[in-house]
Write a protein that binds this ligand. Structure first.
Ligand SMILES: *[C@@H]1O[C@H](CO)[C@@H](O)[C@H](O)[C@H]1NC(C)=O
Ligand SMILES: *[C@@H]1O[C@H](CO)[C@@H](O)[C@H](O)[C@H]1NC(C)=O
Ligand SMILES: *[C@@H]1O[C@H](CO)[C@@H](O)[C@H](O)[C@H]1NC(C)=O
Ligand SMILES: *[C@@H]1O[C@H](CO)[C@@H](O)[C@H](O)[C@H]1NC(C)=O
Ligand SMILES: *[C@@H]1O[C@H](CO)[C@@H](O)[C@H](O)[C@H]1NC(C)=O
Ligand SMILES: *[C@@H]1O[C@H](CO)[C@@H](O)[C@H](O)[C@H]1NC(C)=O
Length: 319
């Protein structure tokens, strides 16, 4: 009887501690681009002055397919404790110390890898203890398309090759400018890089038509993204030699990126900035000004995408 009572009292005490001390997360999920830096944050109550000696912070990660969690970063009574930090995070995970005074536990992971994806537990012990989970998704867009053009004069054939790396696996389509399938043979293969990215190579072998442009498109359903490379075929005006294949190919550097999901985030971000700008005119991330450029090249677009995440963190909760 007494035992039950004491357990009950303990439960109530625990409940009260939890009620008074709660860790909160401004965002439950972060989506970041492979290779970029990400910051994730949770917040805890701090009275006027933080007493660092009383503060312990622990960040742990568990991958989607893994059983055990990995230690990402530990602050023990105000001191950094990296003795049992998992090797996957060595040199890549830090806690932004200057944010702690504001009651923000901001974890920064640099050059994000695919295996960083998963669930992160942010545990804070500061006159009470509590934790919350945050999900990190990592994607790798097929942004950079490498191309190769080979001609086989004997066969009057052209071999166009497009190669790119990303995650998850993308399909490759070949089209002419009328969005029709090209009459030729396509061979698409992939390998895995050491980082777990798909290295996709697609080759189109066909008899070209001088008055048509051709493109390869990497399409990933999961990413909801399409990246294309357009080959411009032009008739060779000067007759050089007697080759019957009087075509040559101008590899255009036009890469059309249809980032549907990115655009959505982008537009949301836009309205967010406006909203926020009213509240706080001066404090803004410097990279965010060029917003109205729709025909950015994919790299810039990507940069802006990562900035979306970053800017939120720096203007939103923990300034
Ligand atoms: C990521 O952070 C590191 C270290 O702070 C920095 O050197 C690097 O430029 C950052 N990379 C990006 C893409 O912001
Ligand atoms: C497709 O190519 C084959 C052989 O290269 C040719 O016989 C056929 O007529 C072509 N079809 C079209 C619709 O151009
Ligand atoms: C496709 O290409 C790979 C590597 O280049 C080759 O091993 C394979 O035989 C090709 N497949 C076809 C159907 O041509
Ligand atoms: C991807 O594959 C191509 C050829 O299939 C190869 O040349 C290239 O080095 C590979 N890239 C990586 C990062 O593995
Ligand atoms: C080449 O393209 C032109 C214009 O699109 C078309 O009229 C013609 O039929 C095509 N020729 C072949 C052999 O496909
Ligand atoms: C092929 O692309 C070039 C450059 O974008 C363009 O000037 C040309 O008109 C295109 N050709 C056709 C047949 O659409």
């Amino acid at each position: 009887m007494f035992r039950i009572l004491s357990i009950l009292i303990l439960e109530v005490q625990l409940y009260l501690i939890r009620a008074f001390f709660t860790v909160e997360v401004p965002r439950l999920q972060y989506i970041t681009e492979y290779g970029s830096n990400v910051t994730m944050e949770c917040r805890f109550p701090v009275d006027s002055q933080l007493n660092l000696k009383d503060l312990s912070v622990s960040w742990e990660q568990k991958g989607l397919k893994e059983q055990k969690s990995k230690e990402v970063y530990t602050l023990q009574k105000g001191e950094e404790d990296l003795k049992s930090q998992h090797r996957d995070y060595r040199g890549r995970a830090t806690l932004l110390r200057d944010k702690l005074n504001l009651g923000c536990s901001v974890l920064q992971i640099t050059s994000v890898k695919l295996m960083d994806a998963g669930s992160y537990r942010c545990l804070i012990d500061y006159r009470g203890a509590d934790y919350k989970y945050i999900t990190l998704e990592v994607k790798a867009s097929y942004t950079r398309i490498n191309v190769q053009i080979m001609s086989e004069p004997a066969e009057e054939e052209l071999v166009l090759t497009c190669q790119s790396e990303g995650y998850p696996l993308a399909e490759v389509f070949w089209q002419n400018e009328k969005n029709l399938k090209v009459n030729g043979s396509v061979n698409t293969t992939y390998t895995l890089t050491t980082d777990g990215l798909y290295n996709v190579t697609s080759m189109l072998t066909f008899k070209p038509n001088a008055s048509e442009n051709y493109s390869c498109t990497f399409w990933s359903k999961e990413l909801n993204e399409k990246t294309s490379y357009i080959f411009t075929l032009a008739r060779q005006t000067a007759v050089v030699g007697k080759k019957s294949l009087n075509l040559f190919v101008i590899p255009t550097c036009v890469i059309v990126v249809v980032l549907i999901s990115a655009l959505t985030i982008f537009l949301k971000r836009k309205s967010f900035t406006k909203l926020h700008a009213k509240k706080d005119k001066k404090r803004k991330c410097p990279q965010l000004q060029k917003e109205d450029n729709r025909h950015l090249n994919p790299e810039t677009q990507d940069l802006i995408m990562t900035n979306v995440t970053d800017s939120r963190d720096c203007t939103d909760v923990c300034p």
